[in-house]
Design a protein around this ligand. Structure first.
Ligand SMILES: Nc1ncnc2c1ncn2[C@@H]1O[C@H](COP(=O)(O)OP(=O)(O)OP(=O)(O)O)[C@@H](O)[C@H]1O
Ligand SMILES: [Mg+2]
Length: 388
């Protein structure tokens, strides 16, 4: 490279860094990521100091947060700042205590599908991959209480559930139970040890009630048998974790309410049974997974929501739906979520900031059926259904 070319390039780089420096300053000021002090000569605005720029690609900025700022403050306004730096999104990671590394992304980091790695590590469930390419893995028995999943139609709820069940199906310490009005979820489990605890379809609401009664009785027996020196049931082959999936919960309530009469209020009874499982189940080794299109109060009241420590929202119809499960979510993130691709979701979990992630994609329904069938082959004699 000639001397003059190198000099020219250096000058171009310097100009690019200057432009970024200026754009960063302006964008932070516009997004409110700054402190403003009024002085006699006018207001003085201070923004997080840009301490390093790598032109890459990828372009990476290192900034020093202002006193009193947290990484979360920067993440919250990332969507407001990104376009002014010529990026689609920012990947913000901590660098020590008060510095942040900001990678300028030319495309949404959650574009493209994420495969599901099977078999899953025992007791652990992969939920997906976040914007920093981190695997979101939860220890289902220890970290998670109950889960609620919401999302409009075709947003990825069922695919997420397929992934979850495919991971849990082989675990000898887990029984997969639940109620599925759509009739699809339990088909591959026919004849397996799980099938006794599963009810499908909408033809017979009483079958769903019988199942829930059996689950509540089992839960109560577990609590009654708990040793005096324990406050939770120890998960073992004899007392496995019972993962209770309530797919399309609104549909179950609709069917039960339609069958209800004043003398025989089956809808109310089903709601009460689910309420008991939510309230008392966690310590008895019960993990409920509620799946709804919208976590509105008529279906999932404040009490039910409060019992769900893991909350997942696939695409929602408006900002208010995001607020239902993720109170305090930044408005721009909630707005952006109304056009999220299938499989992209928001997650609130214990000890986690609100996280945008992509759920793993196992494949379509045929792959789900094949995976579950190979993970837990049907037993010779077939179990007697609880709800028969
Ligand atoms: N994690 C994902 N990765 C890639 N594509 C996905 C993912 N999740 C869903 N999809 C695509 O979106 C489609 C709809 O997903 P899914 O059936 O899970 O929606 P749903 O929320 O259950 O809808 P409904 O409420 O109608 O049952 C899938 O057939 C698949 O093509
Ligand atoms: Mg579905």
């Amino acid at each position: 490279m000639g001397f003059w070319t190198a000099r020219q390039e250096r000058a171009l780089d310097e100009r690019e860094v200057d432009a970024l420096w200026w754009a960063w300053r302006q964008a932070c000021e516009g997004a409110g990521l700054c402190t403003r002090v009024d002085t006699v000569t006018g207001p003085t605005v201070t923004v997080p100091r840009l301490v390093d720029v790598v032109l890459g690609p990828p372009v990476v900025l290192t900034v020093q947060l202002l006193p009193g700022q947290l990484l979360g403050d920067l993440r919250r306004v990332a969507l407001r700042i990104a376009p002014h730096l010529g990026a689609v999104a920012l990947r913000v990671t901590a660098l020590g205590q008060i510095h942040a590394r900001i990678e300028l992304l030319g495309a949404d980091p959650l574009d493209g599908t994420v495969g599901l790695v099977l078999p899953a590590a025992p007791g652990r469930v992969a939920l997906g991959v976040d914007e920093t390419a981190r695997d979101l893995v939860q220890s289902w028995a220890d970290d998670v209480a109950h889960t609620i999943v919401q999302g409009v139609t075709r947003s990825g709820k069922s695919v997420f559930t397929y992934g979850l069940l495919a991971q849990l199906a082989a675990d000898p310490l887990v029984t997969i139970c639940g109620s599925d009005p759509t009739g699809l979820l339990w088909r591959p489990f026919a004849g397996t040890r799980h099938a006794a605890w599963q009810v499908s379809g909408v033809a017979d609401p009483a079958a769903h009630e019988t199942l829930l009664l059996a689950l509540v009785a089992d839960m109560a027996a577990r609590i009654a048998a708990m040793p005096a020196d324990r406050d939770t049931v120890e998960i073992s082959a004899a007392t496995p974790l019972r993962v209770v999936v309530l797919e399309e919960l609104a549909a179950l309530y609709r069917v039960a309410d339609a069958a209800s009469t004043t003398k025989d209020p089956i809808g109310k009874r089903i709601r009460a049974l689910i309420g008991r499982l939510l309230a008392e189940g966690a310590k008895a080794g019960y993990r409920l997974v509620l799946i709804v299109q919208r976590a509105e109060a008529a279906i999932v009241g404040a009490f039910e929501r409060a019992m769900c420590s893991l909350r997942i929202s696939f695409r929602t119809d408006n900002r208010a739906s995001v607020e239902l499960l993720h109170p305090g979510a930044p408005a721009e993130l909630a707005d952006q979520h109304t056009v999220a691709c299938p499989g992209v979701a928001l997650l609130s979990a214990p000890g986690e900031e609100l996280t945008r992630f992509r759920a793993p994609y196992l494949g379509g329904y045929p792959e789900y059926v094949a995976t579950v069938k190979s993970a837990c082959p049907a037993e010779e004699t077939g179990p007697a259904a609880v709800a028969a």
